[in-house]
Design a protein. Structure first.
Length: 225
């Protein structure tokens, strides 16, 4: 079975599931999080950790606030086989420690993606500036969305608030102001959900020059605040 950071494919018999750069990052991040308790020697199996969502992805527990469709959909269209493949995918990395997949290429260590993507979304000047604080990023995002911080933090799945949180996560990651874990804790959201949303922003920036420019403008703005 090829590794995730290798060819970006997951073998299943004669067929293969092919993942994009953003998909690989999101899947690797979820796997990395689920295996954290195992690496810390707290449990032997990721599903044994009380606070893990691993059991929900395997269909062994119902968490109404967790959406598993996207992740399981990467492993197949049928729930049963997809869960089995996801379980095997996680087990495949049980003995791995630090993953270079969470760090960028030669252009900038803060960015996950190919060098042309780095050049598109991260201004050269921003690469050498001191990163802004997370509070500055959140304040900028709230102003841009015309929403209060409380509204962005509020429980629920409102599209505007979800986009604001994703943008905050993207800006924090690209500017190296904070990790996605910290942003997820700040907004009291599941890290895997935030990671997926951030990956979606990156995917849109690849296919839309205007959207990539809009992200660039946000990135420049937080350094001016």
């Amino acid at each position: 079975m090829p590794g995730l950071a290798g060819q970006g494919m997951y073998s299943r018999g004669a067929s293969r599931l092919t993942w994009s750069d953003q998909d690989r990052y999101g899947l690797a991040l979820v796997r990395y999080i689920h295996l954290n308790p195992v690496r810390a020697k707290m449990v032997r199996d990721p599903g044994a950790y009380r606070w893990s969502s691993h059991r929900a992805y395997l269909g062994e527990e119902a968490l109404p606030w967790l959406t598993t469709d996207w992740l399981l959909g990467q492993f197949g269209s049928s729930a049963g086989p997809a869960r089995s493949r996801f379980a095997a995918f996680v087990a495949q990395a049980r003995l791995k420690g630090h993953s270079d997949l969470f760090y960028g290429g030669k252009a900038d260590p803060r960015v996950v993606g190919e060098e042309d993507f780095v050049d598109t979304v991260l201004p050269k000047k921003a690469r050498t500036r001191k990163p802004p604080s997370l509070s500055v990023i959140v304040a900028h995002v709230c102003r841009s969305a015309s929403m209060s911080e409380a509204a962005v933090k509020a429980p629920g799945k409102g599209r505007a608030a979800a986009h604001a949180r994703a943008l905050a996560g993207w800006l924090a990651m690209k500017s190296k102001a904070a990790t996605l874990t910290r942003v997820a804790v700040f907004f009291d959201r599941e890290l895997s959900t935030l990671s997926h949303a951030v990956s979606n922003l990156e995917e849109r920036s690849r296919s839309s020059e205007s959207f990539a420019n809009a992200l660039n403008q946000h990135l420049n703005a937080i350094y001016q605040a």
